[in-house]
Design a protein around this ligand. Structure first.
Ligand code: 6GU
Length: 244
C-alpha cells in the first residue's frame, strides 16, 4: 500500500510514522509513506501558498493552484496514473464524514491513497471539487491542521495490511469487530498492588473464560459506549444479563 500525503509539514508526517510498527512495515516493503510539500508547488517567488478569502472573514486560505500542481505531481508517481486512472484522494477536514473502523477496512483495499492536509482556514473550494473523492474527519474537535488526522488514518489502515501486524488474527479479534469493546486483560504477576487476577482466568477452563470475557466486553460497552450496543448482536440471555 502506498500513501502519498500532501502537506505543508512533511517532516511532521514522516517523523511521526517512521518509528514503531508502521516504520517497520515500511522497512519490510509492505507499505510506503511519501510526504510531499505543497509549498514546493508555490508559483510566486515568496513561495507563499495562502491568500485572503473573498468576502472577508478571519484567517487565510490555501490557494487552489499549488494544491493542484502538487496533486498532478503526486498522480504522476502512482501506478494508477499509468493505467489512466486516478487514486482516491482523502481531504482531512472537520467537515468530512467521521472516520471509523469500517472506513479503515474499505480504504485498506486500495493500493494507492492520497491524503490532503489542510491548514489555515481551509482550501479554495474549487480545487477540492476537482480532486477530492472522500472528505474525512477524525472526530468532533478542531485540530490546527490535517496532519495528525492523516497519521491517525494511516495507522488504522496500515495495521490491516497483511503482514504489518505480527499475527494476522490480532487485527480481527479486537474492539469494534462485533461492535463490542475489548475485555480487560492481565499478565504476570498474579497479585500486583494487592490486586488479584480474576480467578477464572487461572482456571484453565476455556469455555468459561470465553463466556466471562464476552460478559466483560458487554459491561464495558454498556458503560462507556452504549451507542455501540445497538449494533452488537446480543443473545436473549445476554440482554437479560445486561438488564440485571
Ligand atoms: Cl481531519 N482536520 C482538522 N483540522 N481538524 C479535525 C479533523 C481534521 N478531524 C477532526 N478535527
Amino acid at each position: 500500500m502506498n500513501f502519498h500525503i500532501m502537506t505543508l509539514f512533511p517532516d511532521m508526517v514522516e517523523q511521526g510514522l517512521k518509528t514503531s510498527i508502521i516504520g517497520r512495515a515500511e522497512a519490510k516493503g509492505l507499505l510506503s509513506i511519501d510526504a510531499v510539500n505543497i509549498r514546493d508547488y508555490a508559483f510566486n517567488k515568496h513561495q507563499s501558498v495562502d491568500d485572503y478569502p473573498y468576502g472577508g472573514g478571519a484567517g487565510m486560505l490555501m490557494q487552489a493552484e499549488p494544491v493542484f500542481q502538487c496533486y498532478e505531481a503526486v498522480c504522476q508517481k502512482t501506478k494508477a496514473s499509468k493505467e489512466g486512472k486516478r487514486p482516491r484522494l482523502v481531504y482531512l477536514s472537520p467537515q468530512g464524514r467521521t472516520f471509523n473502523q469500517e472506513m479503515a477496512e474499505e480504504l485498506a483495499k486500495e493500493d494507492e491513497l492520497i491524503l490532503l492536509c489542510g491548514h489555515y482556514e481551509g482550501i479554495d473550494e474549487r480545487v477540492l471539487e476537482e480532486i477530492v473523492t472522500d472528505y474525512v474527519s477524525i472526530g468532533d474537535y478542531v485540530l490546527t491542521g490535517g496532519e495528525l488526522a492523516a497519521m491517525v488514518m494511516i495507522d488504522a489502515i496500515s495495521r490491516l495490511v497483511p503482514g504489518v501486524l505480527h499475527n494476522d488474527v490480532s487485527a480481527e479479534f479486537e474492539s469494534f469487530q462485533d461492535h463490542l469493546l475489548e475485555y480487560p486483560q492481565y499478565s504476570r504477576p498474579e497479585t500486583w498492588h494487592g490486586k488479584q487476577v480474576p480467578p477464572i482466568l487461572l482456571s484453565g477452563h476455556h469455555a468459561n473464560i470465553e463466556k466471562w470475557r464476552r460478559e466483560q466486553s458487554i459491561i464495558r460497552t454498556a458503560e462507556n459506549r452504549p451507542d455501540l450496543l445497538e449494533k452488537a448482536e446480543l443473545t436473549e440471555k445476554e440482554q437479560k444479563f445486561l438488564e440485571e
